[in-house]
Design a binder for this molecule. Structure first.
Ligand code: ACM
Length: 273
């Protein structure tokens, strides 16, 4: 299976310019799955909820049409971040699109920093999309710090996690080697580069998009400060085998009855409060 990412440098609010940048980078590109960054068409650093609302879309509007067109020219399924509007709320979402249609969306469940001011937290269950026998799970950026996200996707059968991101901290790339190892899944973290200084926020995005194998190997790394595209071949069957050796199967060996905190809903008592 040919999978990859396009690492871009979006300009805030300039959807057409950002679509064109992706189009230029994807010239002559062919793959089975391509992941684009979180909020790749709009930028990230909002100064008000109204601003985010003004850039929001449903699953039929211009970002959807752009991704369907991209799917046609690349022959790939695309996963990409956008602002989703639905029933009077907006979400930091990712949509998955084939050459024929939008297949669905994932609404980020763990919002980072001021995202909590602009977006509603995701309200749909984590989901896996079966494409030509391969199960694709989706999570977005900061979801990486909650191991439950990748674990849930893996338990739902994900072979590969598509992970659009706008990373501003330096930890995720290393963490993804562990997320992939502990679940024996592949992951494609598609990050952006560049800086956004808007209102009282100044974010510098860290690049280093990464493809991680189910054995925790880093199969592809992008630079920190350049647009970059990579497509590699992976053997997805490896992710379907959860055996570490002849005796240990990382899913069958779980002792769920001992994971009491999780079974009880994980109600953590914060003694510092
Ligand atoms: C992030 O979740 N965009 C840091």
């Amino acid at each position: 299976m040919k999978v990859g990412y396009i690492q871009t440098s979006p300009v805030f609010g300039e959807k057409e310019r950002n679509f064109n940048e992706v189009k230029k980078q994807s010239k002559n590109l062919k793959a089975d799955l391509i992941v684009l960054p979180e909020l790749f068409a709009t930028g990230y650093t909002f100064t008000s909820k109204e601003e985010a609302v003004s850039l929001a879309e449903d699953l039929k509007s211009e970002t959807a049409q752009f991704l369907i067109e991209m799917a046609k020219t690349t022959e790939a399924v695309l996963v990409a971040g956008f602002i989703e509007k639905a029933r009077g709320s907006i979400y930091n979402s990712a949509m998955i699109a084939s050459s024929e249609a939008v297949l669905g969306s994932y609404r980020k469940i763990h919002l980072y920093n001021k995202e909590k001011f602009w977006f509603s937290p995701g309200n749909k269950p984590l989901n896996v999309y079966k494409i030509k026998g391969v199960n694709i799970g989706i999570m977005i950026c900061f979801d990486w710090i909650f191991p439950e996200t990748a674990r849930t996707l893996a338990l739902l059968g994900a072979d590969i996690i598509a992970h659009p991101a706008n990373l501003v901290m330096p930890f995720c790339q290393k963490a993804m080697t562990i997320r992939c190892l502990e679940n024996r899944v592949f992951a494609i973290t598609s990050n952006r580069i560049g800086e956004e200084k808007r209102g009282d926020n100044h974010f510098k995005f860290t690049g280093r998009s990464q493809i991680t194998s189910c054995d925790s190997e880093i199969l592809s790394t992008a630079p920190t400060d350049e647009n970059f595209v990579d497509i590699i071949d992976i053997d997805i069957l490896k992710a379907k085998d959860k055996k570490l050796n002849k005796i240990n199967d990382i899913f069958e060996d779980r002792r769920v009855e001992f994971y009491n905190a999780i079974l009880k809903g994980g109600n953590y008592v914060n003694e510092s409060k």
